[in-house]
Design a protein around this ligand. Structure first.
Ligand code: ATP
Length: 396
């Protein structure tokens, strides 16, 4: 099968061909992921179209055809979502970067080569025509096909990482996902321009970090560490990668991956990250929680009461992660007992019961309820009347 057959056999693209042939749109190309993934023989997640004219009109027509939902961005790009699939459409464009890490100035063009030049890597800078006169013809100005064959990840030009340092995160993602070797010059540029990661907004950094927390997170962690990427975001932010492969099979949520990556990082980093932007809350909090946990003095004979006092302020998702990753067996068991039993112990009575027996409103109510809970956790109190009697006894 060649790319022309792949287009015709693709249930989404084949339906688009008729619309794309309308001269109102000029040349229309499928670009990036679809072609790359075809050659790597992996399932493509979405379709990107680059169109010479009237991208909005094309987007509306496609939306109607697929009964999808259209979203237009402030950069005049359009996304159509339907049945867990997405088509992204943009007019062919050139980009100029005034300052490293800032968003580009955009100028429309009618040359697909300009549009391919602005893309990140040679393997993503391929276009295939959707017009009937040259259907499936591939435009490959940077030898992307040869890099695909040789499994190499290469920048389109030497200032690519300086223009847009988010591409450094993307380089890590693609090199791991598609098992590519990062080309020598590209790697040199990565080391040279990673300093511009500092110029990126927190939103853009977090967006890229999210990509790296999905598949292959253990490999992504290793490369983040190898290239010392996190320290460009904040000094001393050194990701945890110790025996990281042993975590790859654990069913970790995104937040739990953040807990893993933020093990063994100094508390100061948490403060500095949060000062930089409150958007870093999850990361900053991950560092704080890990530090709190590290200071807990577990021993083989930790009582239920102490276990409750140690763990009650830590979020359940964090404790579940610790239960999975803890390598001291006795602590693992204590965490499991806390999560399954102790944390579920509730009182029969509440604040209004205390008011009924004569307590006055105020912090004393919470204080007494806490004392009763501790007694219940240690097994000294069992029934509702035990709880009320204890409260009455404390009132005297
Ligand atoms: P994936 O399967 O990971 O979604 P994709 O190629 O579809 O792969 P997107 O992030 O959806 O990835 O981007 C679509 C295309 O837009 C890419 O193939 C690439 O050509 C281009 N692109 C995306 N982000 C950038 C960037 N920061 N700099 C340059 N080009 C980019």
């Amino acid at each position: 099968m060649n790319i022309k057959d792949a287009i015709v056999k693709n249930s989404t693209l084949s339906r688009l061909l008729k619309i794309c042939n309308d001269e109102k749109f000029g040349s229309v190309y499928v670009v990036g992921g679809f072609i790359r993934d075809y050659f790597f023989d992996v399932q493509c997640k979405d379709i990107d179209l680059s169109v010479e004219k009237n991208s909005l009109l094309l987007a509306k027509k496609i939306t109607n055809m697929f009964n999808g939902k259209l979203e237009n961005s402030m950069f005049s790009t359009h996304s159509i979502c339907f049945k867990h699939f997405r088509i992204d459409i943009a007019n062919m464009r050139k980009e100029t970067y005034i300052r490293p890490g800032n968003l580009p100035k955009i100028k429309l063009t009618n040359d697909i080569r300009d549009d391919l030049f602005r893309r990140d890597f040679t393997i993503n800078s391929l276009a295939a025509s959707l017009n009937s006169k040259d259907l499936g013809e591939i435009i490959d100005p940077f030898d992307g096909l040869s890099d695909i064959n040789n499994q190499i990840l290469r920048n389109n030009h030497s200032l690519s990482f300086s223009d847009d340092p988010t591409r450094i995160f993307r380089a890590i993602k693609y090199s791991n996902k598609l098992r590519l070797k990062i080309d020598y010059e590209t790697e040199k540029q990565l080391y040279e321009y990673k300093k511009f990661i500092k110029n990126l907004s927190a939103t853009r950094i977090l967006n890229e970090l999210n990509i790296l927390l999905e598949d292959d997170f253990h490999l992504n962690f290793k490369k983040l560490s190898k290239y010392k990427i996190m320290t460009e975001i904040e000094n001393n932010f050194i990701p945890f990668t110790d025996k990281i492969s042993s975590y790859k099979k654990l069913p970790l949520s995104k937040l739990q991956k953040i807990y893993l990556l933020t093990k063994n990082i100094d508390k100061m980093v948490a403060e500095n990250l949060y000062t930089k932007s409150p958007e870093f809350f999850e990361w900053s909090n991950g560092i704080k929680l890990n530090n709190k946990y590290k200071n807990i003095h577990f021993n083989k004979y930790t009582s239920s009461r102490n276990l409750h006092l140690f763990l009650k302020d830590l979020p359940r998702e964090f404790l579940l992660f610790m239960e999975l990753s803890e390598n001291r067996d006795y602590v693992k068991k204590q965490l499991s007992s806390y999560l399954k039993k102790l944390s579920k112990i509730k009182l029969f009575i509440n604040g209004s019961d205390l008011l009924d027996i004569g307590y006055k409103k105020g912090p004393i109510i919470g204080n007494i309820l806490n004392q009763i809970l501790l007694k219940k956790i240690s097994g000294e109190i069992k029934t509702k009347s035990d709880e009320i009697n204890f409260a009455k006894m404390k009132m005297r």
